[in-house]
Design a binder for this molecule. Structure first.
Ligand code: ZN
Length: 237
C-alpha cells in the first residue's frame, strides 16, 4: 500500500541501531516531519564503535565519539538539527539480552522516552534483519512499548534484509503490509546526510582494511524515491 507523507503523524520516535540507519532507513520521514514542525526524537541504540575493530589509531571510544558527531551532522542535513536525540551507547554488536540488568536499564530508558514523547508513530528496524543489532533494537523497543501500554503506529524498516537476508528473514505471507512512502522530495537531503557518515564511507579510518564500508550499491538501494516500511497486518490469516 502507498501512504502519503502527509498521513504520517508525529510525534515520531526513530530507533536507529547505529548512526547512519536513521538516514538510510528513515531520512524521508525525519526530514518531512521536521519541516512540518512535528517532533522527531531519534534514539541511537549502540555506540557504533565496532565498525573498525582492527584500527590502531581509532579505538572504540574515539570512533564512537566521531560517530555521534556524524549523526548530529546527518540530522542537520535532514532539517532535524533542533530535534531531540538520545544515544543509549550500548556496545555495538553486543546489545545486552533479556534477563540481565543492562537490558532492563535500556528498556527503562526507552520507556521514559516513550512516556515523555507519546509518539503516534514509531520507526524501528525490521524484526528479522540479518544484523543482530537491528533485531535486538527491535526487541528492546517492543519491550519498552509493552511496558508503557502505548499503541502507536509501528513501521519497521529493513536495512540488510535484501542484501544479506535468508528466505526465512523476509516477511511471510499475511504477516506484514508493505508501506511505501513517497520520499522523492527528500532524496537529495538524504544523500547529503549519508555523506556526513564519513567513517562509514571509508573516508576516515585508513588502517583497517577489514573495516566496514557502506557501498554505493547499498546507498543507492536504500536512498530511492520510496521509503519502504513494513507494518503488522491488522488481520492475521
Ligand atoms: Zn545498522
Amino acid at each position: 500500500m502507498t501512504v502519503e507523507m502527509s498521513d504520517v503523524q508525529g510525534p515520531v520516535l526513530v530507533i536507529a541501531p547505529h548512526p547512519d540507519d536513521e538516514t538510510l532507513g528513515c531520512g524521508g520521514i525525519i526530514a518531512a516531519l521536521s519541516d512540518r514542525g512535528e517532533t522527531v526524537h531519534t534514539v541511537f541504540v549502540t555506540d557504533g564503535g565496532a565498525s573498525h575493530r582492527s584500527s590502531k589509531t581509532w579505538d572504540r571510544s574515539r570512533l564512537s565519539a566521531v560517530r555521534e558527531d556524524e549523526a548530529r551532522e546527518a540530522l542537520r542535513h535532514l532539517g532535524a538539527e533542533m530535534q531531540p536525540r538520545t544515544h543509549l551507547r550500548l556496545p555495538d554488536a553486543a546489545i545486552p539480552h533479556s534477563g540481565c540488568a543492562a537490558y532492563e536499564a535500556s528498556v527503562a530508558q526507552l520507556e521514559s522516552i516513550l512516556i515523555a514523547l507519546r509518539p503516534r508513530t514509531v520507526l524501528v528496524p525490521w524484526r528479522r534483519d540479518p544484523h543482530c543489532d537491528h533485531r535486538d533494537a527491535w526487541e528492546l523497543t517492543m519491550a519498552a512499548l509493552e511496558q508503557t501500554g502505548q499503541q502507536p503506529l509501528v513501521l519497521e524498516y529493513a536495512i540488510w534484509l535484501d542484501e544479506l537476508g535468508a528466505p526465512e528473514d523476509h516477511p511471510r505471507a499475511g504477516e506484514m503490509d508493505r508501506v511505501a512512502i513517497d520520499a522523492q522530495p527528500y532524496m537529495e537531503r538524504k544523500r547529503t546526510a549519508i555523506r556526513a557518515h564519513r567513517s562509514q564511507l571509508g573516508l576516515l579510518v585508513h588502517d583497517d582494511p577489514d573495516g566496514f564500508v557502506l557501498t554505493e550499491n547499498t546507498i543507492a538501494r536504500l536512498i530511492g524515491p520510496e521509503e519502504v516500511y513494513w507494518r503488522d497486518c491488522p488481520v492475521k490469516p
